[in-house]
Design a protein around this ligand. Structure first.
Ligand code: ZN
Length: 186
């Protein structure tokens, strides 16, 4: 991790010069290191794996009802502009005798969110990871995000929220199950 921060910092310095800044002025003196460390944190998902994050926090349960966790905060970076997108993620699944600890859903999400992403792929990767971890018979993920690349530049649409969803298994096959999930997360 240290190595790659060491590699990124000099590039940020060059980047500041290319932008027309003076990287030696006081306010920017430590900026290359800070940006490098910040980028390492925001892309830490590349060096994480799901198995370690879940860490066996899977519990047996007798019931096979729908489990829903709403309003998990999500922060990611768009791969087209490397600008943040952020918002809320709702995850639901119908267990097949196995449920995940609630905090683990957020951890699974961050393995994929802390990378360069597009919202559609992020939504789908979370759904597949929850299915694979729990063996759930169905999974649904809805994500509602604002994209700074749209808000600060480009079309400058400050209030638009992009909604993506991914449904797998019984959530895809069964319209009533899907509707129940969508109702509960709205
Ligand atoms: Zn973008």
């Amino acid at each position: 991790m240290k190595d790659s921060t060491d590699k990124i910092a000099p590039l940020v310095r060059q980047f500041l010069i290319a932008l027309g800044e003076d990287p030696d002025r006081e306010g920017l003196a430590k900026t290359p290191e800070r940006v490098a460390q910040s980028l390492r944190f925001l892309t830490a998902g590349y060096s994480k794996n799901l198995k370690d994050e879940i860490n066996d926090a899977i519990f047996e349960t007798g019931s096979n009802d729908m489990v829903i966790v709403r309003d998990i905060e999500v922060y990611s970076l768009c791969e087209h502009h490397m600008l943040p997108f952020f918002g809320r993620c709702h995850i639901g699944y119908i267990a097949r005798n196995k449920v995940l600890g609630v905090s683990k859903l957020a951890r699974i999400m961050d393995v994929f969110a802390r990378r360069l992403q597009i919202q559609e792929r992020l939504t789908n990767q979370i759904a597949e990871a929850v299915r694979d971890a729990t063996g759930a018979e169905g999974v649904g993920v809805v994500m509602e995000c604002r994209h700074l690349c749209m808000m600060m530049r480009g079309v400058e649409k400050q209030n638009s929220v992009m909604t993506t969803s991914s449904v797998l298994g019984s959530f895809r096959r069964n319209a009533a199950t899907r509707a129940e999930f969508m109702n509960l997360v709205k």
